[in-house]
Design a protein around this ligand. Structure first.
Ligand SMILES: Cc1cc2nc3c(=O)[nH]c(=O)nc-3n(C[C@H](O)[C@H](O)[C@H](O)COP(=O)(O)OP(=O)(O)OC[C@H]3O[C@@H](n4cnc5c(N)ncnc54)[C@H](O)[C@@H]3O)c2cc1C
Length: 381
């Protein structure tokens, strides 16, 4: 079970029930089919919107419910704990990552245009930073946006973009000036029905199979300057202000999924017998589980501390990086030990732990790799 937490109150308990119901009725019955297809149905988005599970922090003026960030964290941790990692990632990119840029940096006119659709699930959002030639090194972005009267003309390509197949809006990191400097980078929101925009194939991944991930191509895509997010040349500042939330959320997703792996393994080793006793009764098993439970408990305490700080707008880049680093690495240790405790069954796709092992691997890579997290933390020393 997810641990009891002091950061939540009764209103949050109600939302938790709604998320669980949604998982039971809309996700579980379709999940195997989505994994097979490599993508969720489009109806998933509308149903999530109808259930109130998208963008809960959007103010009422834009058709939202104006909740605080703990509504995002509840949806995130329940989805992650369900073990349905693909749909969990889809919603998280939309509500926890993309929305932040629009809420914090869009004009009222842009919010009016984009937010109601995002809340309703009619407009799916993606963020495109990574390119074939650059991922960790964001200053290496080459996709260009050249001013032409009241428009920008965008050329370039992006890869590994979550929600790329379903996306209606892509927050695109572009280069709006000459040279590598961070002052030449801007965020432009591109509607995917513009001429010259093309989606590549849905990429074939190790895990999170139902989360669509795509290459995107921009061939002379004309976008009005009214789609510029924040000021021209300020992309790096906006990324620096929003990436901590993305990293905190990945940390939370990782620890919630790790908790699920731990819980289902505990059940398994209590049932499974060898040499006349339950696997759980071997001292080596009990000590391994005691180690993992301790690490999980420490992780939850730190994650909650970070959520609290984020609610007060005091979460630092290095703290968010520590949350992601610790929880993603911990999840790796947990799922590895859990597969081992399942023996050969842990390697079988019929067993949830097998899928959870594959799904976990990406948390040490996207949103900034563990190595990049250590770079960011070390800068604060
Ligand atoms: C499933 C999936 C979904 C994704 N979703 C999105 C998305 O929605 N939007 C988006 O923009 N991107 C997305 N990404 C991209 C992801 O964020 C990048 O893959 C990640 O940041 C790493 O970049 P890279 O793949 O170019 O690796 P590289 O930057 O080439 O890194 C390769 C290796 O070198 C190491 N390395 C690089 N620089 C340093 C350094 N300074 N010091 C030490 N080691 C270093 C890295 O840690 C890594 O181990 C996604 C990726 C995947 C796989």
């Amino acid at each position: 079970m997810l641990p009891e937490r002091e950061i939540y109150d009764e209103e949050h308990a109600h939302l938790r029930q709604t998320v669980r119901r949604f998982i039971e009725t809309e996700v579980a019955p379709n999940f195997a089919r989505w994994e097979e297809a490599g993508i969720v149905d489009r109806a998933f988005w509308q149903k999530a919107g109808e259930a109130g599970l998208l963008c809960p922090t959007v103010p009422e003026d834009y058709d939202g419910v104006g909740g605080d960030f703990r509504m995002n964290t509840i949806i995130c941790e329940e989805m992650a704990y369900s073990g349905f990692a693909g749909p969990a990632a889809d919603i998280s990119v939309h509500s926890d990552v993309c929305l932040g840029y629009i809420l914090q940096h869009a004009t009222p006119e842009q919010k009016e245009r984009w937010l109601p659709g995002m809340v309703a699930g009619k407009t799916v959002c993606a963020i495109a930073m990574t390119e074939p030639g650059t991922g960790s090194d964001l200053q290496g972005v080459r996709t260009s946006a050249v001013r032409d009267g009241d428009d920008f003309i965008i050329n370039g390509s992006k890869t590994f973009i979550s929600n790329g197949q379903h996306a209606d809006l892509v927050i695109t990191v572009t280069r709006t000036g000459e040279g590598r400097g961070s002052g030449n980078m801007s965020l432009i929101v591109v509607e995917t029905d513009r001429p010259g925009f093309r989606r590549g194939r849905n990429l074939d991944k190790l895990g999170q199979l139902s989360a669509d991930t795509s290459e995107l191509f921009f061939d002379n895509v004309r976008v009005p300057a009214a789609n510029l997010l924040g000021a021209e040349g300020r992309a790096m500042n906006m990324l620096m202000s929003e990436l901590p939330q993305e990293r905190l959320i990945i940390g939370l997703t990782a620890i919630a999924a790790a908790q699920k792996a731990f819980d289902l393994t505990l059940d398994y080793v209590r049932e499974r017998k060898a040499f006349g006793q339950a696997i759980a009764d071997f001292q080596v098993t009990r000590h391994k589980l005691a180690d993992l439970k301790t690490e999980l408990s420490v992780g939850w305490a730190f994650i909650d501390q970070c959520i609290r700080k984020h609610l007060q707008h005091q979460l630092s880049t290095s703290e968010a990086s520590m949350a992601k680093l610790w929880c993603a690495e911990l999840q790796g240790r947990v799922v590895d030990a859990c597969v081992q405790l399942h023996g050969g069954y842990g390697f079988m796709r019929d067993y949830d732990i097998c899928r959870m092992y594959a799904d976990a691997r990406i948390h040490r890579i996207y949103g900034g790799t563990s190595e990049i997290m250590k770079e960011l933390i070390s800068r604060s020393l």
